[in-house]
Write a protein that binds this ligand. Structure first.
Ligand SMILES: *[C@@H]1O[C@H](CO)[C@@H](O)[C@H](O)[C@H]1NC(C)=O
Ligand SMILES: *[C@@H]1O[C@H](CO)[C@@H](O)[C@H](O)[C@H]1NC(C)=O
Ligand SMILES: *[C@@H]1O[C@H](CO)[C@@H](O)[C@H](O)[C@H]1NC(C)=O
Ligand SMILES: *[C@@H]1O[C@H](CO)[C@@H](O)[C@H](O)[C@H]1NC(C)=O
Ligand SMILES: *[C@@H]1O[C@H](CO)[C@@H](O)[C@H](O)[C@H]1NC(C)=O
Ligand SMILES: *[C@@H]1O[C@H](CO)[C@@H](O)[C@H](O)[C@H]1NC(C)=O
Ligand SMILES: *[C@@H]1O[C@H](CO)[C@@H](O)[C@H](O)[C@H]1NC(C)=O
Ligand SMILES: *[C@@H]1O[C@H](CO)[C@@H](O)[C@H](O)[C@H]1NC(C)=O
Length: 706
């Protein structure tokens, strides 16, 4: 057994009584989601991180066109035809003055609006299809269904939906495969046999908007795309969907009843499956980028078994926290609800082969692309909660895949090493044109954070080898990017840069507190890494690490950046992400920090920050700051702050500035709770409120924070 595994087990034995599988099941199922009407903003979902199916109150997409989305389904609109802007190669970006020289940034070029916009909007993620109940020709609306009820059982990954139509019951079960892009649906109703109920499949054409929430795609643009139905066997058919250069196949297979599939209905891409012989039908619907073999057969039973097995393993193998015995403090139960539902939702939406979008697989935010800086939040829970298979799903290849384009980006800008982009997609690795996209820098040290997290639990040569080239090129850029200011004798970050809070003027933003602390952590980790490999590190890494500008201080608090006008005194300096709290919380302790000032800063944020305009993960960051400062009470308060809201299925509410759901909040909650449950390197142990521990709160299997 390796050292850290021992450490994890040690805590289970020493600090908590553990949570046996049967108790875990009870806790998980006590938070099953119940609905009796479709939500206007969120579906209930089944899925596996690379594929998810969003259901309305019928367990399908009968009344609300929630999405079916996945990792590989992407689309491009056709390129602009404007002369000089007809290809990706025509795009030049913009040059900005950077320490006395012009540097090229991937920003929208006003002289090249069309290609700049095209690059931002493409590729975008597809909503693959909609599947719903078909009531013959009659126009049926949600209120026509009576006695509606629905339950999501997170222990098995099953949605059960029931209702009555015209006096007859309709019972639907919805499941997803744990590994493939497959949904399994069972419908029971006497209406089926009587020819009064069938199912439809419909195919949308994508939107151009940045946010496609709550729904993705248009079902009324039939002439822009094509579908072709092909019968594969008496019990299966596939529909080939072609949208410009994108093509994929939807395979439908049925058992339990004979059925016919016809369509499309005129002027649409809607197909109708009509069962004929039974009041029960089981469908297996799968999506693939390549045509299906007629011989392929996957049964409904296989999918439901895979789902049950997957989720049981997930809930029993990873870390667990059980606060349900705490009766004196109602906050414990609400926190527990958020925890369980967030655990389910982060697997369904974020445990992907690529970083997820902030809206997961529910709808499209930023055209379905992902943001490398947010991926720290999305991925970290899987390490802290001891689900390293999910942690490695994207990290095993993400940075290697993005390395060539990131080396090219740095070189073009005159820097050594690899400069990681911000907003990108798995197909192109391009940085989407944007001022913030091109000037944000806090994604840069993330590889060090991930590598160090990996090494903490897997301290072996293969971990060292795996991350070495990535860390080397990341550090080469970081050291070269820091600007040696001969007047002050220190290494400066920026300008131009955007700090974590994307609300400053990039041309005057100099030495932001969080980025300076993170640069130090990153370079320090890179140096340690080489020494673990018994190699020497380039001298300039240490020169820069040790010579970085001091963290900027205003009136005994850490400022957003050096020289910021009116820190704390103006509405303009007290909103957006309070990242200075992240230097002692999200980031591990460092001897560079003045703890008096850290404490003053935390107090000042609590007193003056306009948290109502915060993106919710700020609350997780502030909670970790409070926790490291020894104030678990304040940490719990932050995690239950009214702005840090979760709907009745656990989806994080976006708030004023982003649509719902916003999954960094779900992930942030889990990261903070992981720290409460197990502490951090040098201060290991349960940090729950003492009263909760006295009342029997239990934790098991967590991995400590850095
Ligand atoms: C539907 O659910 C809401 C909220 O949970 C509840 O207040 C209401 O009573 C339910 N309605 C029915 C008809 O069950
Ligand atoms: C979209 O275009 C990019 C090149 O810009 C290409 O790499 C990608 O494969 C295209 N995707 C689709 C689905 O056509
Ligand atoms: C920053 O400076 C560049 C020139 O280097 C200029 O084009 C840009 O408009 C400036 N931006 C702001 C916000 O001042
Ligand atoms: C409801 O059921 C009755 C009798 O079973 C039938 O005549 C009627 O058409 C049904 N209504 C709808 C909307 O299906
Ligand atoms: C050097 O640092 C000082 C103090 O932060 C700053 O005012 C000045 O602009 C910097 N010089 C350059 C060339 O960036
Ligand atoms: C580094 O050297 C030490 C001492 O010789 C050795 O035990 C260790 O295995 C080496 N580590 C690697 C990664 O080669
Ligand atoms: C700093 O403290 C002084 C004296 O209390 C006060 O006048 C000033 O407004 C404070 N500045 C900030 C940025 O808080
Ligand atoms: C930390 O900051 C406080 C407040 O400014 C100051 O009094 C103290 O000397 C500082 N401590 C160190 C070690 O610099």
């Amino acid at each position: 057994m390796r050292g850290l595994d021992l450490l994890v087990v040690f805590f289970c034995l020493a600090e908590a009584k553990g949570v046996p599988a049967e108790q875990r099941r009870k806790v998980v199922q006590s938070f099953s989601v119940h609905r009796n009407a479709s939500s206007d903003t969120t579906p209930l979902q089944v899925g596996n991180g690379n594929f998810a199916f969003g259901a309305d109150i019928t367990g399908l997409q009968t009344f609300k066109p929630f999405a079916i989305m996945n990792t590989w389904g992407w689309h491009n609109f056709s390129l602009p035809t404007t002369p000089g802007q007809t290809s990706v190669q025509d795009y030049t970006g913009l040059e900005w003055w950077t320490h006395g020289r012009l540097v090229s940034y991937e920003q929208p070029n006003p002289a090249q609006n069309d290609i700049s916009n095209w690059l931002r909007e493409n590729p975008h993620r597809l909503n693959l299809a909609n599947v719903g109940l078909h009531f013959g020709g009659s126009q049926v609306v949600e209120s026509d269904l009576k006695e509606k009820s629905q339950e999501l059982d997170m222990w098995s990954g099953k949605i059960t939906s029931s209702s009555k139509f015209n006096g007859s019951r309709i019972d639907v079960q919805t499941w997803a495969d744990s590994k493939s892009d497959t949904v399994a649906v069972q419908v029971l109703s006497s209406l089926l046999k009587r020819g009064r109920l069938g199912l439809f499949l419909d195919f949308p054409y994508p939107d151009k908007e940045k946010f496609n929430a709550p729904f993705v795609g248009h079902f009324n643009l039939a002439s822009k795309h094509k579908t072709i139905l092909e019968k594969l066997s008496p019990h299966s058919a596939q529909i080939k969907h072609t949208l410009d250069d994108a093509t994929y196949y939807t395979r439908v297979q049925w058992e339990g009843s004979e059925a016919t599939i016809t369509g499309p209905l005129s002027g649409t891409h809607r197909y109708i499956l009509t069962p004929k012989t039974s009041s029960k039908i089981q469908l297996v619907i799968s999506f693939s980028p390549t045509p299906n073999s007629p011989k392929k057969k996957t049964t409904y039973h296989q999918i439901t078994t895979a789902s049950r097995t997957y989720w049981r393993n997930y809930w029993t193998k990873g870390a667990f926290i059980d606060l349900t015995s705490v009766k004196s403090d109602p906050r414990a139960l609400e926190l527990q609800r958020r925890i369980i539902q967030s655990q389910y939702l982060t697997v369904v939406n974020s445990a992907s082969d690529y970083p997820p979008q902030e809206s997961g697989l529910v709808n499209n935010g930023w055209h379905g692309k992902f943001h490398l800086e947010m991926n720290l939040w999305h991925t970290l829970p899987f390490a802290r909660w001891n689900h390293f298979d999910l942690f490695h799903r994207s990290l095993s290849h993400l940075y290697t895949q993005l390395l060539p384009s990131s080396l090219t980006r740095a070189k073009k800008q005159g820097y050594a090493g690899a400069r990681w982009g911000k907003m990108t997609d798995p197909l192109t690795g391009r940085s989407s044109p944007g001022e913030i996209n091109s000037l944000l820098i806090w994604q840069q040290p993330h590889p060090m954070f991930f590598a160090e997290t990996d090494y903490l639990s897997h301290p072996n040569p293969s971990t060292l080898q795996k991350w070495d080239i990535i860390l080397t090129e990341t550090a080469n850029f970081m050291a070269d990017f820091a600007w040696h200011n001969t007047t002050t004798g220190v290494y400066d970050l920026g300008p131009p840069i955007y700090p974590v809070s994307e609300n400053t003027n990039p041309n005057i933003t100099l030495n932001p507190t969080f980025e300076l602390a993170y640069w130090r952590f990153g370079l320090d980790t890179a140096i340690k890494w080489k020494s673990r490999l018994n190699q020497s590190s380039p001298a300039f890494w240490s020169v820069v690490r040790d010579g970085l500008a001091p963290l900027p201080i205003v009136n005994d608090t850490y400022a957003t950046y050096e020289g910021i006008p009116n820190m704390w005194l103006s509405e303009e300096t007290t909103f957006d992400h309070p990242a200075q709290a992240g230097i002692f919380g999200l980031l591990p302790p460092s001897p560079q920090l003045n703890m008096t000032i850290v404490k003053n800063t935390a107090d000042r944020i609590r007193e003056t920050w306009r948290l109502e305009e915060s993106y919710g993960w700020d609350f997780a960051m502030l909670a970790m700051n409070s926790l490291r400062l020894g104030d678990v009470e304040q940490a719990v308060e932050y995690l239950l702050h009214p702005i840090f809201a979760f709907d009745n299925a656990g989806y994080a509410v976006g708030g004023e500035r982003v649509p719902t759901p916003y999954f960094p909040n779900n992930a942030g909650l889990l990261v903070a709770v992981g720290m409460i449950a197990s502490g951090w390197k040098g201060e290991e142990g349960v940090k729950l409120p003492e009263q909760w521990v006295r009342e029997g709160a239990a934790v098991e299997g967590f991995v400590i924070a850095l």
